[in-house]
Write a protein that binds this ligand. Structure first.
Ligand code: NAD
Ligand code: MLT
Length: 319
């Protein structure tokens, strides 16, 4: 496949740009392009590289009359109209796994931070208060962690939280009970997880089957005080239902890295972020130097492999 001109529209690590250039591919980086500008310019390129900010809609794909490949420097391809790309014979590729450890580590950080009110306590102390009683927490030792989605990230979270003494249960439609047992997760149906989990962590893609998976019906089935963590995708949780559950005490806290709308402007999401029991981060799951280098190199190497060039490999590929 001929790939000579690549447009990068979301900030990816320089390693990607260097590697493409070293392999004779021309690269233009134009970050934060408004959609109209992208529509105007995309026909100049045969390759496009994005993270999650650029929405590669059917319009973009239609305007990309020379487009042969769209690369996602990351795991989720929900910002790319994959169906439309397939119709147009445009290859869509991603870098699953490159940022899994980083997303897993942020998940574990949110679980432990929620247990001990770390963020709220630190903010209160910085504001000049000494609220020891108010921010007393609980141990996670012996608590039940329900993991929805036992793929790359879900199973890494399980292994790490087991080291803290958590009991791990989980569900995934393509993972058997035998497979889950290999990483010490007890496989249960979702309806068996809701009433026993002290913490629920989500690690599925956003699909029609997972959209609003955590909704008011599900929250009603959960333990009082359940804590919910989402480092997967906005839209898997019904934000209005979660907000209500936090306000009425059914939900004891939430750790949220992803939102229905990013950056969030809608009132429900903003209220959720402001809720005292919520620890919210601005989609930082993959934002580590290691993960960004890995996904940058992986996406570039896949582009080069498509061109059948005699590939020059990155010196940082082993990060
Ligand atoms: P993965 O493909 O390895 O695992 C996802 C798992 O979810 C699969 O095993 C799949 O079978 C399972 N699944 C699908 N539908 C399900 C359902 N209805 N119920 C339960 N499980 C279901 O993906 P991953 O690398 O582990 O990533 C998981 C999610 O995390 C993706 O959405 C990805 O985009 C997101 N992610 C977010 C960040 C971030 O910055 N916050 C970083 C990396 C990944
Ligand atoms: C992903 O799906 O890989 C994440 O959302 C990370 C990202 O692109 O920042």
């Amino acid at each position: 496949m001929e790939i000579n001109n690549v447009l990068i529209t979301d900030a990816v690590d320089q390693a990607c740009i260097n590697l493409l250039k070293e392999n004779g591919i021309n690269v233009d980086c134009k970050y934060n392009l408004p959609q109209e500008k992208l529509l105007e310019e995309i026909s100049d390129y045969d390759g496009l590289i994005v993270r999650s900010d650029t929405k590669v809609t059917s319009k973009v794909l239609a305007a990309g009359t020379n487009l042969k490949v769209v690369g996602r420097a990351g795991a989720g391809v929900d910002n790319i109209d994959v169906k439309e790309a397939t119709k147009r014979n445009i290859v869509v590729l991603n870098t699953p796994g490159g940022n899994a450890i980083s997303a897993c580590e942020l998940t574990c950080t949110l679980i432990t931070a929620l247990a001990r009110n770390v963020v709220q306590g630190a903010a209160s102390l910085k504001a000049g208060r000494w609220d020891r009683k108010l921010y007393s927490g609980h141990e996670i030792y012996g608590k039940v962690l329900g993991i929805v989605g036992l793929g790359r990230i879900g199973r890494e979270v399980a292994i790490r939280m087991q080291a803290w003494g958590m009991k791990t249960v989980g569900y995934d439609p393509i993972v058997s009970a035998e497979e889950a047992a290999k990483f010490n997760v007890k496989f249960l149906e979702l309806d068996e997880i809701w009433p026993i989990a002290d913490y629920i962590t989500l690690h599925t893609p956003l699909l029609p089957e997972t959209a609003n998976m955590i909704n008011s019906n599900v929250l009603a089935k959960c333990k009082k005080g359940v804590k919910v963590i989402n480092v997967a995708r906005g839209g898997i949780i019904d934000e209005e239902a979660l907000l209500r559950a936090l306000e009425d005490g059914k939900c004891g806290g939430a750790g949220l890295d992803v939102f229905e709308q990013e950056p969030p402007t809608n009132p429900v999401t903003l209220k959720l972020i402001q809720n005292a029991k919520v620890v919210a981060t601005p989609h930082l799951g993959a934002s580590t130097s290691e993960a960004q280098i890995r996904v940058a190199v992986e996406v570039a190497e896949q582009f080069i492999a498509l061109t059948n060039r005699n590939q020059k490999y990155s010196s940082v590929a082993g990060v």
